[in-house]
Ligand binder design. Structure first.
Ligand SMILES: O=c1ccn([C@@H]2O[C@H](COP(=O)(O)O)[C@@H](O)[C@H]2O)c(=O)[nH]1
Length: 238
C-alpha cells in the first residue's frame, strides 16, 4: 500500500456523497465507507464508488462470535473492497475467523481485502478506559498488546492513533499497517476525538495511512482542504 490519505465518507446517503465527490473533479480517491452510509445504501454503494475508480476501506468494525464474523467476512470479500476491519477485543479466534471468511469469499485469482483491527478507538482516553471498560492499564500498553495479538492472529495491521505508531512498529515489526484516524489540523476542533495529531505529525510518526473525515467533509472548500492535508501528509512544501 502506498501511504494514502483516506477520506471518511460519513454521509447519510449516496446523494450527499455524490454532491461531495463532484467537487473532486474526477480524481481517484481512497475512500472510507462507514456504518452510516453502508447501512443506508447497502452494498450497492460500494459498487458505485468502485465504478468511479476509487479504492475503498469498508469500516464496519466487526465484533461478534467467530462463526458470525466468518460468514459476514465471506460476504464482504465478494464486494471487492481493499480493506475491511474488526475489533481486536473480539479475540484471536474471531480475528482468525475473519481472515478465513475473507479467504473463502475471495474469487480465485483476486486479492483478498486486507484485514485490520481496531485497538482502542481514537475517541477513547486512558481515564475512560479505566473507569468504564475496567481496563486498569496504561492505554499505550493496551494498544501495543492488542496490536501484537492482531499480528499473531495473522492480520495485516491495526487502526490506532498515530501517537502509538512508533511503539507498535518497534514491538510488532515491519510490514504491519497502521491506519490512523484522529487527524486534525492545528486550527480544527477536536470534536469527539481524544488522541489526535496533525497530518505532518502523523507522517513523522510513521503512520501507513491517515483517515480524515470532518476536516475535509465539513470544510468550506473540501478540495482545497484535501489538497492542504495531502501536502502536509506527504511532506510537500507549499
Ligand atoms: O478509532 C477509530 C476508528 C475509526 N474512526 C473513524 O474515522 C473517521 C474519523 O472521522 P473524523 O471526522 O476525521 O474525526 C470516522 O469515520 C470514524 O468512524 C475513528 O475516528 N477512530
Amino acid at each position: 500500500m502506498q501511504r494514502p490519505l483516506i477520506v471518511a465518507l460519513d454521509f447519510p446517503s449516496l446523494e450527499d456523497t455524490k454532491i461531495f465527490l463532484d467537487k473532486f473533479q474526477g480524481k481517484s480517491l481512497f475512500l472510507k465507507v462507514g456504518m452510516e452510509l453502508f447501512y443506508q445504501e447497502g452494498p450497492s454503494v460500494i459498487g458505485y464508488l468502485k465504478e468511479q475508480g476509487h479504492s475503498i476501506f469498508l469500516d464496519l468494525k466487526l465484533h461478534d462470535i467467530p462463526n458470525t464474523v466468518y460468514s459476514s467476512m465471506k460476504r464482504l470479500a465478494g464486494l471487492g473492497v481493499d480493506i475491511v476491519n474488526v475489533h481486536v477485543a473480539g479475540g484471536s479466534k474471531m480475528m482468525e475467523a475473519a481472515l478465513e471468511g475473507l479467504e473463502a469469499g475471495t474469487e480465485t485469482g483476486k486479492t483478498r481485502p486486507q484485514c485490520i483491527a481496531v485497538t482502542q478507538l481514537t475517541s477513547t482516553t486512558e481515564e475512560m478506559m479505566r473507569r468504564e471498560i475496567l481496563i486498569e492499564k496504561n492505554l499505550t500498553e493496551v494498544v501495543v498488546q492488542y496490536a501484537s495479538l492482531a499480528k499473531k492472529s495473522g492480520l495485516d495491521g491495526v487502526v490506532c492513533s498515530s501517537l502509538e505508531v512508533p511503539i507498535i512498529n518497534t514491538t510488532v515489526g515491519p510490514n504491519f499497517l497502521t491506519v490512523t484516524p484522529g487527524i486534525r489540523l492545528a486550527s480544527d476542533d477536536r470534536g469527539d476525538q481524544a488522541r489526535i495529531v496533525t497530518p505532518e505529525k502523523a507522517r513523522e510518526l510513521g503512520s501507513t495511512a491517515i483517515v480524515v473525515g470532518r476536516s475535509i467533509t465539513n470544510a468550506k472548500h473540501p478540495l482545497q482542504a484535501y489538497s492542504q492535508i495531502k501536502s502536509a501528509w506527504e511532506g510537500v512544501l507549499v
